[in-house]
Design a protein around this ligand. Structure first.
Ligand code: ATP
Length: 235
């Protein structure tokens, strides 16, 4: 579904991605793990066109997308959920979800999908008429994920969805990611510092170090790898 070949991305003179190559198959959960500053977010932003790569190629369903604008990439069904609480604070939870569907015309389906979000996130259902700005910190982190799902993405790019969440919500987020993948066959590219949880739900994984891919394998093999255990799982 997605093929990245020898990607090089820069911030001015900073060479953030150094010949990154990776692949995602339809229906997979892939995780990209690595330390702070390794280049994980830059990889996602290169895919979504926010930080266009200087060299290299990205193909989505066979089409080159590395020269496309972010809105064009979005319209192909690649939806990124950036790190943090990006919500519309003065709109209600339901209105926030509606905003996620602004490119869609299928009113009845939109209503059904909002109800589905409320089954995925009962906490948001309880607060459906509350404005976003008054939600708790954890709830404000759930809302952008559900809003992105309203776009019915083919490929969902998640940047550190568990960052800043209380342990009980961390569990919920990972279970929900697995459920979205299973129930909707949404392909998911998950960037995480919580390597343990991410590898437990992913099919395959990549480890990034200093802007380059250092390891790639099935999630089960990475979980069992001595190198990964020592460097990323704290074992
Ligand atoms: P984190 O987990 O901390 O978000 P990361 O693995 O996602 O880390 P990136 O944010 O992709 O890493 O950063 C990769 C490199 O690019 C780092 O050296 C970082 O300092 C640099 N970088 C990231 N954003 C910018 C920017 N806007 N301007 C300049 N350098 C940047």
């Amino acid at each position: 579904m997605l093929k990245i070949k020898n990607l090089h991305t820069y911030y001015g003179g900073i060479h953030a991605l150094k010949s990154v190559s990776l692949e995602l198959n339809e229906g997979e959960i892939i995780t990209l793990i690595g330390a702070n500053g390794a280049g994980k977010s830059t990889t996602l932003m290169s895919i979504s066109g926010i930080v266009p790569p200087r060299y290299g190629e990205i193909f989505f369903m066979g089409k080159p997308i590395h020269k496309m604008t972010p809105d064009k990439i979005f319209s192909l069904g690649i939806v990124q959920v950036p790190e943090g609480r990006r919500i519309f604070p003065y709109l209600t939870v339901t209105e926030n979800l509606d905003m996620g569907a602004y490119l869609r015309k299928d009113k009845l389906e939109i209503k059904k999908d909002i109800d589905y979000m409320f089954t995925l996130f009962p906490r948001l259902a309880e607060r459906r008429n509350q404005v976003g700005g008054t939600l708790s910190g954890g709830e404000q982190l759930l809302l952008p994920i559900s809003r992105a799902l309203m776009r019915t993405p083919k490929l969902l790019l998640l940047d550190e969805p568990s960052l800043g969440l209380a342990p009980v919500l961390v569990q919920l987020i990972f279970e929900t990611i697995k459920r979205i993948n299973k129930e909707n066959r949404t392909t998911i590219f998950l960037v995480e510092q919580n390597a343990n949880m991410a590898l437990r739900i992913a099919h395959r994984g990549y480890v990034m170090e200093s802007g380059a891919i250092a390891l790639e394998d099935t999630a089960a093999n990475l979980l069992a790898s001595e190198k990964v255990k020592a460097a990323y799982l704290g074992l």
